[in-house]
Design a protein around this ligand. Structure first.
Ligand code: MN
Length: 293
């Protein structure tokens, strides 16, 4: 079965020792395999403390981030792109030192609302830089997941097909497409089919509801999503991502527009998500078996 993960922001808004304990202990207690740690500021994460805590709880880890407007590798301004490449290099080092299997997220542009399409020069520079970042990550056996997000958060890749094309343009053996149901719900005509068509290039998967709250309480057809993952023979991590004004990271909450309180009990939310994903994975496998008869 896929490894099940949860985004650290379901537990805590920052990464102080107390916050790291809350997030890692809670994730392990509920039986998840992985915690995804956001590394918007890699230097703010105490690597030794975090790694010891992960090991003590037998938990795997992945690292994600979104670039900012001052670290946007799709910006033709060479100084901004250079700052972005440096941030991504720091994130690769952090991920390696934590023992992460994946570096993923919006790592190809700023995570922001653009007011114009990407420029050809910006896109080609982005592809060059991603090639070098993949090479660095590959030296530590990490996959790099390019997260396809909706039009209000990037102008580079909004659909799975665009994610596949970007991966192919980067051309690295460890470049993968990272899909997220919250974003697919906005942009894909047929999310299940998009997952199947991404196929072997699918390397990371976020499960999020249409309003980013409790799974099953919004409008996404999760039965179709999990059947798609089954048909694509996807074996990678399935990570639950949810945000509420109850747990606030000022940078990410602002960028993602997290203004509403969709839940207040992290433990209940995450327990529900783990059970929900495990049940859906099982149901999809049974549907596939029934179909094969
Ligand atoms: Mn996501």
């Amino acid at each position: 079965m896929n490894k099940l993960g949860v985004h650290a922001l379901c537990w805590a808004g920052g990464w102080s020792e107390a916050e790291a304990r809350t997030a890692i202990e809670g994730t392990a207690r509920l039986g998840f395999d992985i915690i995804e740690i956001p590394a918007l500021d890699p230097a703010s994460i105490d690597v030794d403390f975090t790694r010891r805590l992960l090991e003590a709880h037998g938990l795997g880890v992945t690292v994600s981030l979104g670039l900012g407007i001052n670290s946007d590798i799709s910006n033709p301004d060479p100084d901004i792109a250079k700052a972005g490449e440096a941030l991504l290099s720091d994130a690769v080092s952090l991920a390696r030192d934590l023992g992460s299997t994946h570096l993923c997220g919006v790592i190809y542009s700023a995570m922001t609302k653009y007011m114009q399409p990407a420029s050809p020069a910006g896109r080609s520079q982005c592809i060059d830089i991603l090639g070098r970042i993949c090479e660095r990550a590959g030296a530590s056996d990490m996959l790099v997941g390019l997260e396809v997000v909706n039009r209000y958060e990037t102008n580079i890749i909004n659909t799975a097909a665009e994610g596949v094309a970007l991966c192919r343009a980067v051309g690295a053996a460890n470049a993968r497409v990272h899909l997220d149901t919250y974003h697919m719900n906005i942009e894909e005509s047929n999310p299940e089919q998009a997952i199947i068509e991404t196929g072997d290039l699918l390397g990371y998967f976020h499960i999020g509801e249409s309003h980013r709250g409790y799974l099953g309480s919004g409008s996404i057809d999760f039965a179709g999503i999990f059947r798609g993952l089954n048909k694509a023979n996807y074996q990678g991590p399935v990570t639950f991502e949810s945000f509420s004004s109850e747990v606030v990271n000022p940078t990410l909450s602002g960028v993602l527009g997290i203004w509403r309180n969709l839940w207040s009990d992290s433990e209940d939310l995450c327990r529900h998500a783990r059970d929900y994903c495990a049940a859906q994975i099982k149901a999809a496998a049974m549907a596939a078996e029934a179909g094969a008869d």
